[in-house]
Ligand binder design. Structure first.
Ligand code: IDP
Ligand code: MG
Length: 139
């Protein structure tokens, strides 16, 4: 079933000039970009996006990281896009991620882990709507 997911190339990956490599991995996996936006998060943008993690001990640090430089926000479309992107990303902690996954290749640690990906249809809907209007998405 074709579906959409939200991906973010985080500030650490943008800083190390990995945008092209990461988008090429989406392409090869059949995850077609249907919207792309480069932006600098404000604190409020980061806190709203990660509101579900508000009670976690790493919340403030995570939000500080996410505003530390520009990010690339994408909507990816394809068969089982949500699960497929989670597999392509690898585990949250790069040390535990499978070889060849984006986080294994580009992540430094459990916080600076290169990419975000929606984890369910409900979060994908919220996250896509957080950054894009329907008219911003093609295909
Ligand atoms: P996910 O990105 O694999 O879905 P989540 O548990 O949703 O992982 O956490 C969101 C983000 O918060 C992670 O991608 C990572 O950047 C950061 N994070 C998660 N767990 C920790 C932690 O234990 N310490 C520091 N940062 C964390
Ligand atoms: Mg998550």
């Amino acid at each position: 079933m074709s579906e959409r997911t939200l991906a973010i190339i985080k500030p650490d990956a943008v800083r190390k000039n990995a945008i092209g490599d990461i988008i090429a991995r989406y392409d090869k996996a059949g995850l077609k970009p249907v919207a792309i936006r480069m932006m600098q998060f404000s604190k409020a943008t980061a806190e709203g996006f990660y509101a579900v993690h508000k009670a976690r001990p790493f919340f403030d640090s995570l939000c500080t990281f996410m505003v530390s430089g520009p990010v690339v926000v994408l909507v990816l479309q394809g068969d089982n896009a949500i699960k497929k992107n989670r597999e392509l990303m690898g585990a949250t902690d790069p040390a535990k991620a499978e070889a060849g996954t984006i986080r294994k290749v580009h992540g430094a640690n459990i916080e600076f882990n290169a990419v975000h990906g929606s984890d369910s249809p409900e979060t994908a809907k919220f996250e896509i709507g957080y950054f894009f209007a329907e008219m911003d998405v093609v295909g």
